[in-house]
Every structure is written in structure tokens, then in C-alpha cells.
Ligand binder design. Structure first.
Ligand SMILES: [Mn+2]
Length: 273
């Protein structure tokens, strides 16, 4: 098995200007998928606005026609658009958050893809970090069992300190996985967040080992790999050393433009993966 490459596509107009290589709508996916395949990408990661955006009846033939795999599905719109958090102290709001992710797990699962929990983890509520973490653990447990039931991992992403104070390092998610006790809980290693939080990115990936489920490929400044100062060679050496065979998915700003971001991503993948 080898490492696969993907790029992110956002379907939520609210995140225009966010770190996604492409922004489009459902109608724009057909020409975009054709272009990705022509360039040589094996996969695509989608950031939907609502669960209904991930419609297997629509996306399955579209992906198959273009020979693309769905690498993962983001849930960040749950927070950005709908203000839903899996650690919300309000039980009704928390249940809505769990339902939003659960619906995406079902739909992504039908397309052979896992979902990501990133910003929906929330941050410490006024009652403190430990009660917030307890609520997050409960929600992650429910969603890990949902993921396992459709044969998928649940990708949990540590975020840098400016975005959350709950899960900041890869080791925090490994500890959460142990506490929750569900094998489906896997680590999403985002190299941009890791550049801020980890002592040594390659070391953290080696320590993560088989618990690594997905990688967001980004340079130190959230531009495409090669446009910042993160040393990518030791990171890819670590990924190969642990036998990682998932996606490195470019979650980056389309700067100087989307084409340049895609070319830099492909170059890094061809040279190092
Ligand atoms: Mn990320």
C-alpha cells in the first residue's frame, strides 16, 4: 500500500476565503472532478454545508465516472454554519451536533469514506475543561460506534491553541481514543496545527503509529506544501516508517491560485510519498 493524494473542496459559501483548494457547488463538482483526475489526484475531500450535500445517489456515480475516491468528509460546517458543538453543555444542542455528524457518517460511509471531527469539538465551556472533555468523550464514543457500524474510522483532529484548548496535539487524540475505548477513533494529523503544537512533527507521527487515520497536508503558513518552511522529507519518511497508507489531503489556501496549490501538492507527493 502506498500513500494517496487528495485536495479539499468546500461546498459551503460561508467558508469562502477558508483553507480549501477549491470552492464550488454541487453543479461544479463534475468539471472539477474531471480536472482533478486529469492532473493525477486519486482522491478528493469534501467539506459539505449540510449532510444532504453528501448524497450517495448523486456522488457515487460522479466519483466512479471520474475514477476518484472520496478521501474524507469534513464536518466543520456544523460549527461554522450551524454553531453546533459536540461538547455543548446544552443537551439538546449537543444532540443536534451528534445528529449532524451521525447523518454525515451514514452518507459518507455509503461512499466508503470516513468523517472528520475538527472544529465541532468546541472549546472549554464556562464550567471548565474537564466537564467539557467529558461531554466530548461521550459524543465521540457515540460517533465512533456509528463509524464502526459502517466500517469506517472516525477521524479526530487536534487543532492549534488559537482554535481550541481541548485537543491540541496528536497525543491528546491518542489519549482520547484510549479513554473512549473505541478502536474506530483515529488521528487526523494536520501538519499546519502540528507545526504550532508539536515539539517534533515526525516524532509525533512515529509515536502515533497505527492510530493515524488521515493527514491534512499543509505547509507552516497553511499554503500548499513547498510554500512555507516545514521540512516535508522527515514527515514523509515517518509516514512510510509507520506503514501509513491513507491520504495526504491538501487543506490549504488556494494561493497564489488553486492551480499552483495543486501542482505544489502533486510535486511533494511524487517526490516524497
Ligand atoms: Mn485540518
Amino acid at each position: 500500500m502506498s500513500i494517496s493524494s487528495a485536495v479539499t473542496v468546500a461546498l459551503a459559501p460561508e467558508v469562502q476565503g477558508g483553507p480549501f483548494v477549491h470552492h464550488t457547488n454541487l453543479k461544479g463538482l463534475d468539471p472539477l472532478f474531471a480536472r482533478l483526475r486529469k492532473l493525477g489526484f486519486p482522491g478528493v475531500e469534501i467539506f459539505p454545508r449540510t449532510p444532504e450535500d453528501i448524497d450517495p445517489a448523486f456522488l457515487k456515480p460522479l466519483l466512479e465516472n471520474h475514477g476518484l475516491r472520496l478521501a474524507a468528509v469534513g464536518t466543520g460546517a456544523g460549527w461554522v454554519v450551524h454553531k453546533l458543538r459536540l461538547s455543548d453543555p446544552d443537551a439538546t444542542r449537543r444532540a443536534c451536533a451528534v445528529e449532524f455528524v451521525r447523518a454525515l457518517i451514514q452518507r459518507a460511509g455509503a461512499l466508503g469514506a470516513p468523517v472528520i471531527i475538527g472544529s465541532m469539538q468546541g472549546k472549554s465551556d464556562p464550567d471548565g475543561k474537564e466537564p467539557t472533555m467529558a461531554r466530548l468523550r461521550e459524543s465521540v464514543g457515540i460517533l465512533a460506534r456509528e463509524s464502526a457500524a459502517v466500517g469506517q474510522k472516525l477521524l479526530v483532529e487536534p487543532l492549534n491553541r488559537y482554535e481550541s484548548d481541548l485537543l491540541n496535539r496528536v497525543g491528546d487524540v491518542c489519549a482520547l481514543a484510549d479513554e473512549v475505548g473505541e478502536k474506530a477513533v483515529s488521528v487526523l494529523a494536520d501538519l499546519f496545527h502540528m507545526n504550532i503544537e508539536e515539539t517534533d512533527i515526525a516524532r509525533a507521527l512515529l509515536d502515533c503509529g497505527a492510530q493515524l487515520g488521515h493527514v491534512h497536508l499543509a505547509d507552516s503558513n497553511r499554503l500548499a506544501a513547498g510554500f512555507g518552511h516545514t521540512a516535508m522529507a522527515p514527515i514523509f519518511a515517518a509516514l512510510k516508517s509507520i506503514g501509513y497508507s491513507g491520504f495526504v489531503s491538501a487543506e490549504v489556501f488556494p494561493r497564489p491560485d488553486a492551480d499552483a496549490a495543486m501542482m505544489a501538492t502533486l510535486k511533494t507527493w511524487f517526490e516524497l510519498a
